[in-house]
Every structure is written in C-alpha cells, then in structure tokens.
Ligand binder design. Structure first.
Ligand SMILES: [Zn+2]
Length: 58
C-alpha cells in the first residue's frame, strides 16, 4: 500500500514574464530546460501560488 497518490509540491510556481502564463514546478520538470512551454521564452520568475491567506479587510 502506498500513499503516493498524486504528490503535488503545491508551493512554488513560476510565471513566464513574456506571456504571463503560470507554470507549476511539475510542468517545468517535464522540460529539459527552464523555459515556458507555451511561448518558449526562457525567463521565468517565481510566483507565489494563488492562495490568499490574508485579506486586507481594514
Ligand atoms: Zn510564456
């Protein structure tokens, strides 16, 4: 029995600075080099996952 059902390192995401597409670390791991699979641009920056923990309410 293994608990390995879809392990997603849902932490770091990358954003292509060219097309703005968000990529997971998984998607990047599938390509031999760091580049955007959508537009081919090679400059990505780390983006935080779209999880909002703090809402500016006041
Ligand atoms: Zn791109």
């Amino acid at each position: 029995m293994s608990d390995e059902t879809e392990q997603r390192p849902a932490g770091i995401m990358y954003e292509c600075i060219s097309c703005g597409q968000l990529l997971t670390a998984d998607q990047l791991a599938m390509t031999p080099e760091i580049k955007c699979p959508f537009c081919g641009y090679r400059v990505l920056r780390k983006a935080r996952p779209p999880i909002v923990k703090r809402v500016k309410a006041r």
